[in-house]
Write a protein of this length. Structure first.
Length: 80
């Protein structure tokens, strides 16, 4: 009986030719979103003009990303 084996015991799949992707969100911008989420959970996060308490996690993330953009951190532009 003859058995066939691949070199080095690895499969012969083609590797994809993807471009190296750059980081979309910097660690510093993630930190600002994290602090806004903590403030929301404590009940201390207020929205912009109205000053109402923020209870929606998506809104807290949006506030954190907005603050990160103002500080010049690496964040993709907002969706239009």
């Amino acid at each position: 009986m003859a058995t066939s084996t691949a070199k080095n015991g690895s499969s012969t799949k083609k590797s994809s030719t993807k471009k190296k992707s750059t980081r979309k969100y910097s660690p510093a911008s993630q930190k600002s979103v994290e602090t806004e989420m903590r403030a929301m959970k404590k009940g201390q996060l207020k929205s912009g003009r109205s000053g109402k308490k923020v209870t929606d996690p998506k809104q807290a993330i949006a506030i954190g990303l907005s603050k990160a953009r103002k500080e010049g951190k690496t964040v993709p532009p907002p969706k239009s």
